[in-house]
Design a protein around this ligand. Structure first.
Ligand SMILES: Cc1ncc(COP(=O)(O)O)c(C=O)c1O
Length: 346
């Protein structure tokens, strides 16, 4: 029997996540320096200086395992969000929270409803557990079609992902539509609201997802330190859920899934309000600049509530920009795989 015959059948179906091209790889290939990476929605200002300082000080302690309970960070975030510390679960990036949700709740035969195109990890964690993804096409404005998502829910639906703001479109759903959608969800469906870009949101009617965590058992809000806090390389994210869901997620995680430096960096970053504010302002100015200038050049963009912008170009733009040392993320293949096809110029 070959190896492939011994692999879990649903793992055979997995296609690896395609990360944005690393800066070092492009610089090596082109023999250039100062390449610019826009493909992974990182913080161009870098990490907070307070986080760097805290990590430097903590380096000599890495012979010790981390505090597996993340006591300091847990207490700090629980205060910040006015939740019980037991409601928080930390992960090696928000990615791990997605994986934990899949591990805890999904089995073959279960269905998971999510908008598409959206974050590429959803189909990976779903397929990895042998469950069935039910992608629901975004509407013509490339926003979540919450009515179509409601209609896609069946007796087999175990979990729903709502990515708000949505990666890779940057579009978001407002409170009225979101609240209507959640109010109509069957009580036994787990709702995971992925708010990786929460801190960049500019619309005033953004949903109060934490209010749903308080009100609706089985609701999980996912956040990360990778984006506004500039700690993508540290790998730390978390979720806030009701204590029962959190308890099951805690059971499923590795005891030291968040490393000591990540915890320390996260804690320090939370205190650097100036860095957070500067990042938010820089992003808002960048969104306005790019939207204006791309429009002047004849390119269509979509309104974004995140720290990236979706631009309609031809496929040639990706390679042309790479040759200039600028790494962007082509998403035409994800758009083309929408159940209802949009026009995609490849
Ligand atoms: C919507 C969304 N969720 C989750 C993640 C994962 O974030 P992390 O770096 O915390 O694993 C990303 C990263 O790009 C994302 O865009």
């Amino acid at each position: 029997m070959g190896i492939a015959q011994r692999v879990n059948p649903h793992i055979l179906d997995l296609k690896p996540y395609q990360p944005g091209k690393p800066i070092e790889e492009l610089e090596r290939e082109l023999g250039i320096k100062n390449a610019v990476k826009l493909a992974s929605n990182e913080n161009p200002l870098g990490p907070s200086k307070k986080a760097i300082e805290a990590v430097r000080e903590a380096l000599s302690g890495v012979n010790r395992y981390p505090d597996g309970a993340s006591y300091a960070l847990r207490t700090r975030l629980a205060n910040k969000h006015d939740v019980d510390p037991a409601q928080l679960v930390f992960g090696c990036g928000a990615d791990e929270i997605l994986e934990l949700l899949a591990k805890v709740f999904l089995a073959p035969g279960d269905e998971v409803v999510y908008g598409w195109p959206s974050f590429a990890m959803y189909p990976i964690v779903i397929t990895g557990m042998g469950a069935t993804g039910v992608p629901v096409a975004l509407n013509e404005r490339l926003e979540h079609d919450l009515d179509a998502m409601s209609a896609a829910i069946t007796d087999r639906t175990k979990l729903v992902f709502v990515c708000n703001p949505n990666n890779p479109t940057g579009t978001s759903v407002g409170a009225a539509a979101f609240d209507r959608f959640v109010a109509g969800l069957p009580a036994d469906v787990i709702l995971a609201i992925d708010e990786a870009y929460f801190e960049f949101v500019r619309r005033s009617d953004f949903p109060d997802s934490l209010a749903w965590v308080r009100r609706r058992p089985g609701t999980v809000v996912i956040r990360t330190f990778s984006k506004i806090f500039g700690l993508a390389g540290m790998r730390i994210g978390f979720c806030i859920a009701d204590p029962e869901v959190s308890d099951y997620l805690q059971r499923a995680r590795h005891p030291f899934n968040v490393n000591r430096l990540a915890e320390i960096a996260g804690l320090a970053a939370l205190d650097d309000l100036e860095h957070e504010k500067r990042t938010r302002e820089l992003n808002a100015a960048g969104v306005e600049y790019l939207t204006r200038e791309l429009a002047a050049m004849g390119f269509e963009t979509w309104p974004t509530d995140a720290n990236f912008l979706l631009v309609e170009t031809g496929a040639a733009a990706y390679d042309a920009l790479l040759r200039q040392g600028v790494i962007v993320r082509p998403i035409a293949s994800r758009l083309a795989s929408m159940p209802i096809r949009l026009e995609v110029s490849e």
